[in-house]
Design a protein around this ligand. Structure first.
Ligand code: BES
Ligand code: MN
Ligand code: ZN
Length: 496
């Protein structure tokens, strides 16, 4: 596992890289403190500026190697422009540009003076705010997947291991940031791991290890038990796979036992072929990420194991592969869910809602939670609607949705709300069962949530569609660790 160590130290000698903000006048801004050789560096930077070698414009970076008369091996100049005009958004871009510029330059330890530069709009606890932003963005950027499945012959790129903030300890933000980073690293590891390693059993073992380490309670249901209690929807998806499915339950008790817990439910499809409604071949490998919701639940549990907030939380993960086979469920098959409602499975590729609906019923029956948040890489339509920068949030309680959105804004792990309503619910009508498992092409993300809403009528519930945000495709393919930061923030706020 691979999370960066973040620490605070106002003595900055003997580390190898300095991240140094420079404004658009070629100066090191006054707010930047505790930097060894500051005056020498100021002179160097000013002459670069005067010679028009470096502008200090926002997000422009320049790497100096062994700058003369200083102890630093590397100094990365980072343009911050005019500090009076700096917004939260442009600050985030600057931190991201910094991470890009540092990547693969051989740095193992960096002193990050960007922490001093918080936008003026952040009035309260600005230093704490920037600490957390830096922590989260650095974890996302510098994470490097390490697992035996990668193959030992593969040379590992040099990677950043430690970030030192040269300011006084920002206790609560530091704890939240570091613990979120540790949780994100687990989420990233599990999601990146190929499906021949990361099976439902592997996820169950990971949950049991977390339980042992942090004192959670765990309960794992196997296929036989789930068939007996009547999880007809989940079992219909699992019947096509020889790999054993699991329902993985974790509970954390940080408050009085009689306080109803917050439930987190995560989709754990360790590989989604589509089943008999087989997916096209292009990029099908990325369907190993279809357990991103499950990985998020486990990552959040890791973080709360570290933070021990004053709150009760349960996590429930339905996990299986979705495979075509001689036993696989077929389009038109009708099944009875744990809730008793019947479902006509018109498309076996809409499997996420089938495993989630039974998990949603099970968590309500078993744990009597106060509210439920489910998270799932549920619909391709979500990527079409919102792209890759925000996750979708939908729910039957506006306050809950608003709180999740606020946590997303604070941690730059953002959400955008989509509507629910009867009009969309009608698209799920079936002639042969209480509902169909698909609602046609229009508003695919909403109709998927509308399906889940039929299983959460009596409880405050929010659904997070993370299809566009749980991983990135392309040459940088990899899990992001989202939405761990937002959920950790949400739970901490609930604890207060
Ligand atoms: N896991 C997929 C959704 C998905 C697809 C997420 C691509 C990220 C990238 C889900 O199980 C699925 O296949 N959904 C179908 C639903 C449809 C059949 C109603 C989809 O989105 O095409
Ligand atoms: Mn699918
Ligand atoms: Zn899926």
């Amino acid at each position: 596992m691979n999370s960066i160590q973040f620490s605070f130290n106002t003595q900055t000698s003997e580390t190898d890289t300095l991240i140094l903000p420079v404004n658009d006048k070629g100066e090191i801004p006054e707010v930047v403190e505790n930097i060894t050789d500051r005056d020498v560096l100021a002179t160097t930077v000013k002459s670069l500026f005067d010679n028009q070698d470096y502008s200090g414009k926002p997000s422009k970076t320049m790497l100096l190697i062994d700058p003369s008369k200083t102890q630093w091996h590397r100094v990365l100049l980072v343009g911050v422009g005019n500090l009076e005009k700096l917004t939260a958004k442009s600050y985030i871009s600057i931190v991201k540009a910094t991470a890009d510029a540092l990547d693969h330059c051989g740095t193992k330890t960096a002193v990050n003076a960007l922490v001093f530069i918080a936008p003026q709009s952040i009035e309260e606890a600005a230093l704490a705010w920037s600490t957390m932003q830096n922590t989260m963005i650095f974890q996302k950027s510098f994470y490097d997947y390490t697992h035996e499945s990668r193959g030992e012959h593969q040379a590992k790129d040099p990677n950043l291991e430690q970030v030192i903030f040269p300011c006084s300890q920002q206790t609560s933000a530091a704890l939240q940031g570091q613990s979120s980073a540790i949780g994100m690293a687990l989420t990233q590891d599990l999601a990146n791991m190929p499906s021949n390693f990361c099976t439902p059993t592997y996820l169950a073992n990971t949950a049991e290890e977390l339980a042992k380490t942090y004192g959670f309670e765990s309960n794992i249901l196997d296929r036989q038990q789930m068939l007996e209690i009547g999880m007809g929807a989940f079992m219909a998806v699992a019947q096509g796979s020889d790999t054993p499915p699991k329902m993985i339950c974790l509970s954390y008790q940080g408050a009085d036992a009689d306080q109803a817990p917050i439930a987190l439910v995560g989709k754990g499809v360790t590989f989604d072929t589509g089943g008999i409604s087989l997916k096209p071949g292009a990029a099908m490998d990325e369907m190993k990420y279809d357990m991103g919701g499950a990985a998020t639940v486990l990552g959040v549990f890791k973080a709360i194991g570290e933070l021990k907030p004053n709150i009760n939380v349960v996590g429930v993960i339905p996990s299986t592969e979705n495979m075509p086979s001689g036993n696989a469920v077929k389009p038109g098959d009708v099944v009875t869910s744990l809730s008793g409602q019947t479902i006509e499975i018109l498309n076996t590729d809409a499997e996420g809602r089938l495993i989630l609906c039974d998990a949603l019923t099970y968590v309500q029956q078993t744990y009597k939670p106060a509210k439920i948040i489910d998270m799932a890489t549920l619909t391709g339509a979500c990527i079409i609607a919102l792209g890759h920068h925000v996750s979708a949030v939908l729910g039957n309680n506006q306050q809950l949705v608003d709180q999740i959105r606020a946590s997303g804004e604070r941690t730059y792990d953002r959400f955008w709300q989509l509507p629910l309503g009867e009009e969309w619910d009608e698209q799920l009508k079936s002639n042969f069962a209480d509902m169909a498992n698909i609602g046609g092409r229009p508003a695919g993300t909403i109709t998927a949530a509308q399906f889940l809403a039929r299983y959460t009528k009596d409880i405050n519930w929010a659904h997070l569609d993370i299809a566009g945000t749980a991983w990135v495709s392309g040459s940088n393919k990899g899990a992001t660790g989202r939405p761990v930061p937002a959920l950790v923030d949400f739970l901490l706020k609930q604890a207060n």
